[in-house]
Write a protein that binds this ligand. Structure first.
Ligand SMILES: NC(=O)c1ccc[n+]([C@@H]2O[C@H](COP(=O)([O-])OP(=O)(O)OC[C@H]3O[C@@H](n4cnc5c(N)ncnc54)[C@H](O)[C@@H]3O)[C@@H](O)[C@H]2O)c1
Ligand SMILES: N[C@@H](CCO)C(=O)O
Ligand code: NA
Length: 431
């Protein structure tokens, strides 16, 4: 058997201790599959005395993870500290500068500096691997980079944030409102330290930025993503969605379209019959559309110690086997600039919910605003009548139309005297 691969782990939180556990428990299996052992020889975290349930007696401890990243006795640095910049990025840059391979789960860092870091890895001949960064245990990166290598990818999309999916699922199942369910996510162990990263769509956008680069061989362009979260989704909209045959899901979508690639994260109404509509709770799912293979859906746990560590260890094993694949499927120097397609050019169907005074002529005013933008109504629901002066919901779905026109129509509708609250708009997606 060959020399052991020597691993330094920076960060011993949920994913770090999970990674140590997998490497310890499957020591023999990993050595058999790789033809050499993979051994953690050094670690770094903030608190040396903390009890973590893993045996650290035989490993070297570094208070400074950057010092560990330049240690000549280490072959692979596993960065599991987190954070868009700061110490995590210092660790990765230091390791790559010393020609060491890097495995990371840090989607925030890669969304902002992925192209640059992949370039540094290429220059030093090192691997920068990040399967754990995109939907934890789901092999999303391997599926696109390796399994679909012979396909042109038309689109990649999915449920990329488990906390938001849990909130939407629970709202639907219990009829509770967003604010009441939000607190539950903290107990799941899935939420980011700052839960607004989850519910405002930012975490999903971080992962989408990485997937887009992989699928389309483009530079990572987080700034080009249109991002909306789920705070505004109400129990009322979830009920209407059910009635109309849809589920509301927070999707991250990157699709080739005229003039470039559309990248967006927002709540979507998807037909209940679509496989992705039935991915519930904390689960994630990624769908890739390849020109030869068709649609591939992978579903599973996008977070948690075991699933995320499973992906970290798979990357470590690639390195142990001597596999050196580019981070984003092509060498970083060959990544194309991404021609971002603006949201105003998006074409799709829309769900609108308006809270209106129930009086003669209101519907005519609303449909006139839609007609003026050549928007064709697919269905309209107005039911019930509240106490005098109370708003009643009017729900409209439209046929496919251009977002720019829809936004103009919405502005006109919002200004009508009979429309009492800001209209709610949810895009309809037919995956
Ligand atoms: N938790 C998940 O399920 C999950 C899933 C996918 C990706 N990730 C990503 O994995 C990474 C780690 O997440 P986590 O949930 O394990 O975080 P965590 O907060 O549980 O652990 C972070 C660890 O980093 C250490 N750390 C912080 N600052 C440090 C410093 N200056 N020097 C040395 N160590 C330091 C902490 O002591 C802690 O051990 C993040 O990038 C996160 O986005 C996590
Ligand atoms: N906060 C993330 C964790 C995994 O990236 C989620 O809820 O999916
Ligand atoms: Na993954």
């Amino acid at each position: 058997m060959s020399e052991p691969l020597r691993i330094g782990v920076a960060g011993l939180g949920v994913v770090g201790t999970g990674t140590l556990t997998v490497l310890e428990r499957h020591h023999e299996l990993i050595a058999d599959r790789c033809g050499r052992p993979a051994m953690v020889t050094a670690v770094s975290a903030r608190d040396r005395r903390k009890e973590r349930g893993v045996d650290l007696s035989a490993v070297r401890w570094f208070d400074d993870p950057t010092a560990m990243a330049s240690d000549p006795e280490i072959d692979v640095v596993v960065e599991l500290i987190g954070g868009e910049a700061g110490v995590a990025k210092d660790v990765v840059e230091t390791a790559l500068a010393h020609g060491k391979h890097v495995v990371t789960a840090n989607k925030a860092m890669l969304a902002h500096a992925g192209t640059e870091l992949a370039g540094r890895a290429e220059e030093s001949g090192a691997v920068l691997a990040c399967e754990a960064a995109v939907c934890g245990g789901i092999p999303a990166i391997k599926t696109v980079r390796e399994g679909l290598a012979g396909n042109a990818v038309e689109a990649i999309y999915g449920i990329l944030n488990g906390s938001s999916n849990y909130i939407l699922t629970t709202m639907r199942e219990t009829g509770r409102e967003f604010g009441e369910v939000l607190a539950d996510t903290q107990k799941l162990g899935y939420a980011e330290a700052d839960p607004s990263l989850d519910v405002d769509g930012i975490d999903a956008a971080h992962k989408l930025a990485i997937l887009t680069a992989l699928a389309f061989n483009t530079r990572v362009d987080y700034e080009g993503i249109h991002v909306e979260g789920i705070r505004e989704v109400s129990a009322l909209d979830i009920n209407y969605a059910e009635e109309l045959g849809y589920r509301i899901k927070l999707l991250g979508i990157a699709r080739r379209a005229d003039g470039g690639i559309e990248q967006r994260v927002h709540p979507c109404m998807v037909p209940k019959s679509a496989p992705i509509a039935n991915v519930e709770g904390v689960n994630n799912a990624v769908v890739a559309e390849g020109d030869f293979v068709g649609n591939i859906l992978t579903e599973g746990a996008g977070a948690g110690a075991g699933p995320t560590a499973s992906a970290v260890v798979a990357d470590i094993m690639d390195i142990a086997r001597g596999t050196n694949l580019p981070t984003f499927a092509v060498p970083a120097s060959n990544l194309h600039p991404l021609a971002s397609r603006g949201m105003h050019e998006h074409q799709g169907g829309y769900y609108l919910r308006l809270m209106c005074l129930d009086r003669p002529g209101v519907l005519t005013e609303i449909t006139a605003a839609l007609r003026d933008e050549a928007i064709s109504v697919e269905s309209m629901v107005q039911r019930g009548r509240g106490p005098s002066g109370e708003p009643v919901p009017i729900v409209i779905t439209t046929h496919e139309t251009r977002e720019a026109g829809m936004m103009r129509a919405l502005k006109a509708i919002e200004q009508l005297d009979a429309v009492l609250e800001a209209p709610r708009l949810i895009r309809i997606e037919n995956p």
